[in-house]
Design a protein around this ligand. Structure first.
Ligand SMILES: Cc1cc2nc3c(=O)[nH]c(=O)nc-3n(C[C@H](O)[C@H](O)[C@H](O)COP(=O)(O)O)c2cc1C
Length: 173
């Protein structure tokens, strides 16, 4: 017997503020995107990232089929796109994609990764995909869109960097 409810777990995870991504792939019928915040950097060498896709998402069979996906980290002000790719399509939206390594990525995104799937791990009602990064683009001048407690927001401000003199500590991210 467990007192962990789906709602409780969802609310707890919602306290972990994240960025917001659009996962995308290119298949025979066109480009498909979906909003996702389950994203993790996995390894620098080799360059690996992971995403987690729900069993009911249209994206799931497409990723098994194409074996490729891109991740576009959304910039501040892109919440309209986040809703669009989260099942609330905005029919007035023009094509938001450009190309990176033959995959569709969001124009103006903060960071984009073009990946080949190297592993797919079923985990409960989601599948975790590990992707090897083949192409990368960034706009480090832009600011991120944030997702926290079920709402979109922005970074309020950054603390000053600590003064580090230990070269090992300085190498941490
Ligand atoms: C902020 C946010 C984050 C989300 N993160 C994920 C996620 O990491 N994985 C997932 O499977 N669905 C996630 N979703 C839900 C999907 O975006 C949604 O189910 C979408 O309609 C699936 O698209 P598809 O069925 O067209 O592929 C998220 C939704 C929002 C609004």
């Amino acid at each position: 017997m467990t007192n962990v409810t789906t709602r409780g777990l969802r609310d707890a995870c919602g306290l972990f503020g994240t960025g917001v991504n659009v996962i995308s792939t290119r298949h025979s019928d066109g480009d498909h995107g979906m909003t996702a915040n389950a994203f993790m950097s996995v390894s620098l060498d080799p360059p690996l990232i992971s995403i987690s896709i729900g069993q009911n998402a249209k994206m799931l069979p497409l990723l098994h089929k194409t074996g490729r996906f891109a991740v576009s980290t959304l910039s501040e002000g892109m919440e309209g796109l986040a809703w669009h790719f989260a099942g609330r399509p905005d029919t007035s939206l023009s094509d938001p994609f450009e190309n990176l390594d033959d995959l569709p990525v969001i124009r103006g995104a903060l960071a984009c990764y073009a990946c080949d799937v190297v592993n797919a791990i079923e985990a409960g009602d989601h599948t975790i995909f590990i992707g090897e990064v083949r192409g990368l683009s960034t706009d480090s001048g832009a600011r991120p869109l944030i997702f926290y407690k079920g709402r979109f927001g922005a970074v309020a401000g950054q603390l000053p960097a600590p003064e580090l003199c230990d070269p090992v500590a300085e190498a941490i991210w």
